[in-house]
Design a protein around this ligand. Structure first.
Ligand SMILES: Cc1cc2nc3c(=O)[nH]c(=O)nc-3n(C[C@H](O)[C@H](O)[C@H](O)COP(=O)(O)O)c2cc1C
Length: 131
């Protein structure tokens, strides 16, 4: 189930992560997604506005599109500051090691909590997965 969500994000190549800043939605392209200890993790840098927005309000939604179908994942992001969680991410996205390492004080990995994934298409009824 979590693998299906993560695989869709990986195969789409890019997803768009929305945060809220006050009453203003913010959205940007993201690419990182792994399953670690059964949870869906993404990666960012603490210096980025996106990270600061999540720190104030952890509610986010992402959307990805692939082969006529789209996936939305809504939920709250929880920071995991453990070395091993960051290592799992950087090992999978080793090109990120040009910019990030586990102990740089900037690398941040977060996992979805209270998640709802919705698979949609023009041809089938939406499929909702609560995780
Ligand atoms: C295809 C693509 C994938 C990206 N993936 C990530 C990612 O996984 N994590 C990240 O922090 N930034 C990623 N970025 C860069 C962010 O989109 C960029 O830093 C953005 O400005 C962050 O949002 P903010 O300016 O609101 O903080 C990606 C950019 C592109 C074009």
């Amino acid at each position: 189930m979590m693998e299906r969500i993560c695989n869709f994000l990986k195969e789409a190549g890019v997803y768009y992560l929305a945060t809220v800043e006050g009453d203003q939605p913010r959205v940007r392209p993201f690419g990182t997604a792994i399953i670690f200890e059964g949870k869906l993790y993404i990666q960012t840098g603490k210096v980025k506005p996106v990270s600061k927005q999540i720190a104030v309000n952890p509610k986010v939604e992402l959307c990805a599109f692939k082969d006529g179908a789209w996936l939305r994942v809504a939920g709250e992001l929880v920071e995991d500051d453990r070395f091993e969680a960051k290592k799992a991410m950087l090992d999978e996205y080793s090109n990120l090691r040009a910019m990030y390492d586990e102990n740089d004080g900037n690398t941040q990995v977060l996992y979805f909590e209270h998640g709802t994934a919705t698979f949609s298409s023009f041809t089938a009824a939406p499929e909702v997965i609560v995780f």
